[in-house]
Design a protein around this ligand. Sequence first.
Ligand code: ACM
Length: 267
Amino acid sequence: VRVGFFQFQPAFHDRPANLARIEQALGQVEADLIVLPEMCTTGYLFGSRAELAQAAEPVPDGPTCRFFAGLAARTKMTIVWGMPELSLDRVFNDAVMARPDGSVNCFRKAHLFLDEQDFFARGDMPFPVFDHSPSVKLGMLVCFDHYFPEAARSLALAGAQIICHPSNLVLAVAQRTTVVRALENRVFWVLANRTGVEELGRKRLAFTGRSQIVAPDGTVLARADSAREQLTVVEIDPTQALDKRATARNDLLADRRTELYRLGPCA
Ligand code: ACM
């Protein structure tokens, strides 16, 4: 299975330009699965909830989802991208997946980062897993979700072999945490980050690039640099993610001691 990321700098609040850029880039590559950054159709740094809501769309029934469903069908790729979802009066920060058969599914970011908490609703989906093919299962997380090991673990327990991770990273930790998440769950990980800077008043966000693809043993199979646009594809064998053994006698899922683990502080 050929999996990749497209790292680029989305234009702020210019959906037609971003979709054209994505279509042009994906037209140049042969792949089975491509992951794009978080909020890559709209840009990230909105000034108000109202402005964000204006840029948001229903999922899966909005025009952006229809665009990607068509692109997935034409290119025969599964495409995962980030966008704001409008649902009644709430806006979620989504990762959305379009498959070549035209189906569209989403995951709503569970862990909101910094000022996202002012504008977005917290995701309400218990880490769903989707079929890429009958034998390959995919999970999605959005950016800051990487910091919570339970998120990736939930996907791994549900059978995800590849975690697709649209991001708008401003810190430089996810390149480390996602190696550990891949390793501790024995899954492949495709981190698609963006580049460039967005400014709004006194706020300035510099996005850190360095998108990467990690194997279940923690090997970094590909990594982009911090500033350049880059589309990278590597060939992987997703059956490797079915083997959860860390040693001949240790299975990282089966050996868990769930009877000892806590969900919160001691009473
Ligand atoms: C982030 O969650 N966009 C850092």
